[in-house]
Design a protein around this ligand. Structure first.
Ligand SMILES: [Zn+2]
Length: 81
């Protein structure tokens, strides 16, 4: 890939690996999986009771293995190695 500069190639030596598929990970996929209970209140209006915290899953883009649930941990993972 000709667009990779020397700088980027050097960084690639220190990329963290997925604990499951061992792919070198530069980017994490994430999804926001909010969940909770939904009902109508006494006046018939929809009422959401969200029960998930921040609800984010950060996962390996190769195999989908969940790496972290919090941004802080995802950052630590990408900075590891
Ligand atoms: Zn993986």
């Amino acid at each position: 890939m000709s667009f990779i500069t020397n700088d980027m190639a050097e960084k690639k030596l220190n990329m963290p690996k997925c604990p499951k598929c061992e792919a070198e990970i530069e980017i994490l996929s994430y999804s926001n999986e909010e969940y909770g209970k939904f009902r109508l209140d006494n006046e018939g209006h929809p009422f959401h009771n969200v029960q998930s915290g921040d609800g984010y899953n950060y996962n390996c883009p190769e195999c989908g293995h969940i790496i972290a649930f919090e941004e802080e941990k995802a950052i630590k993972f990408l900075r590891s190695c």
